[in-house]
Design a protein around this ligand. Structure first.
Ligand SMILES: *Cc1c(COP(=O)(O)O)cnc(C)c1O
Length: 357
C-alpha cells in the first residue's frame, strides 16, 4: 500500500490540541460557564423552521454582517464573518501572507497565530515580550522595521497572559506596520471583558483589522462563528480565498438571534468580570503570583510546582490549563472564570492543596 506524503513544510508540525479530560469542573478552555438564555435557543429553533434548506445560504451573509456592524456604528462592508475567528485569521493569512512572506508574533501569545501562519505556508517570526509579559514597544518597532512582516499579530487581552495592550502601544505598532506595507491584526477574542478596544483605531485607510468571536462572550463556542472589523477594501479582498457559501444558513440565523440578547450578554460579562476580581484576590491571598487580566481567565504561578497543583486539582475533579511546559510560562497555570459555584470549588480546592504543603 502506498501513502501519499503530506506537504514537506507540514511534516514537522504537530496539530493544536487542548486535552479534554472528564471532570466535574472544567475551567481550561476559556469558554463561557453557562449557555445563552433559553429565549435564544427558542429563537434559533424558530429560525431553523423557516430556513429554505434546499437552497444555498446568503453567500454574503448580509443581514448578519449588517447587524454585527451596527454594534459598532459601522456598515456591513466593514465586517467579514467566518466559522470561528480562527477561520477569520486563516482567511487573512491566505490573503495577505502565504509562501515567501513572514508573519510576526510577540510571545507568549495565542499559539494559533504562528500555527496558522505555518499551515498557510507563511514563515512565522517570534519576538519575546518582557519577563512581565508586557510588550517592549521599541523592540517591537525594531522587529517590524527589520523583519517587514506581511502580517503582525497583537492579542488584546492576550491569551494566555490576560494582559490588555495599551492603546498607545497598538497605535505605535500600527504606524510601523503601515510603514512596511504590512497588516496589523488585533485579536480581541476576549475584548468585551477588557476596559478598552482597538476598534476605536479603525480608519478606512489604515491597515488594521480587529478580530472577534461569538465563542467566549456570546457563550456560543458550539456555533463556530467569528468576525473581523476592518477597512472595506480589505474585506473585499478576502473574497479571493474564501470558499463559496462557507457560512451555513443556520449559523447565520444563530448569529443574528444572539444579537437580540445583547443586554443579557452584557450582564453575564459583568458577572464574569466581578468573579475574576474575586478569584484574583483569593489566589493572591493564597500566595500565588497572579497577572492582571482583562479577560475571562487568569494566569497564575502557584507557590508550589505547577504540575503537582494541576494534578491535585484533577484529583478533585477540577481541570485548569497546565501551561507550565509552555515557553515563557514556567510554573504557571491558567484558570477560566466559571460560575460562582465552580469558582468557589476551585478556590476551596486550591486552599486545601496549598495548605498541605
Ligand atoms: C478562543 C480564542 C479564539 C477563538 O477562536 P474561535 O475560532 O472563534 O472559537 C481566537 N483568538 C484567541 C486569542 C482565543 O483565545
Amino acid at each position: 500500500m502506498s501513502r501519499p506524503p503530506v506537504r514537506d513544510d507540514l511534516a514537522a508540525l504537530t496539530g493544536y490540541h487542548s486535552p479534554q479530560v472528564d471532570v466535574a469542573v472544567r475551567l481550561n478552555t476559556n469558554e463561557a460557564p453557562e449557555p445563552p438564555p433559553p429565549e435564544f435557543s427558542r429563537a434559533v429553533a424558530a429560525a431553523a423552521m423557516a430556513i429554505p434548506w434546499h437552497r444555498y445560504p446568503d453567500r454574503a451573509a448580509l443581514e448578519l454582517r449588517t447587524a454585527i456592524a451596527k454594534l459598532y456604528d459601522l456598515g456591513p462592508e466593514h465586517v467579514f464573518c467566518a466559522n470561528g475567528s480562527n477561520e477569520v485569521l486563516q482567511t487573512l493569512l491566505l490573503t495577505f501572507a502565504g509562501p515567501g512572506r513572514t508573519t510576526l508574533t510577540f510571545e507568549p501569545t495565542y499559539a494559533l497565530h504562528s500555527h496558522l501562519s505555518r499551515i498557510t505556508g507563511s514563515e512565522p517570526v517570534a519576538v519575546d515580550r518582557r519577563d512581565d509579559f508586557s510588550l517592549d514597544v521599541d523592540a517591537a518597532l525594531d522587529a517590524v522595521r527589520s523583519i517587514r512582516p506581511s502580517v503582525t499579530f497583537l492579542c488584546s487581552p492576550n491569551n494566555p497572559t490576560g494582559l490588555v495592550e495599551p492603546v498607545p502601544t497598538i497605535r505605535s505598532v500600527l504606524a510601523a506596520v503601515a510603514e512596511v506595507d504590512g497588516l496589523l491584526v488585533v485579536d480581541e477574542a476576549y475584548g468585551e471583558f477588557a476596559p478598552h478596544s482597538a476598534v476605536e483605531l479603525l480608519v478606512e485607510e489604515t491597515p488594521l483589522v480587529v478580530t472577534k468571536t461569538y465563542s467566549k462572550t456570546w457563550a456560543m463556542a458550539g456555533a463556530r462563528l467569528g468576525y473581523l472589523l476592518g477597512p472595506a477594501w480589505l474585506v473585499e479582498q478576502l473574497e479571493l480565498v474564501v470558499l463559496p457559501y462557507h457560512l451555513d444558513a443556520l449559523k447565520q440565523a444563530a448569529g443574528l438571534a444572539a444579537l437580540r440578547f445583547v443586554d443579557s450578554m452584557s450582564a453575564r460579562v459583568a458577572g464574569i468580570v466581578e468573579e475574576r476580581g474575586r478569584i484574583q484576590a483569593a489566589l493572591t491571598e493564597l500566595g500565588a503570583e497572579v497577572w492582571p487580566s482583562g479577560s475571562n481567565f487568569l494566569l497564575f504561578r502557584p507557590p508550589r510546582p505547577a504540575d503537582e497543583v494541576w494534578q491535585a486539582l484533577v484529583d478533585r475533579s477540577i481541570l485548569v490549563r497546565n501551561t507550565a511546559s509552555w515557553q515563557h510560562l514556567d510554573g504557571c497555570l491558567r484558570v477560566t472564570v466559571g460560575t460562582a459555584e465552580e469558582n468557589r470549588r476551585f478556590l476551596a480546592a486550591m486552599a486545601d492543596i496549598l495548605e498541605d504543603r
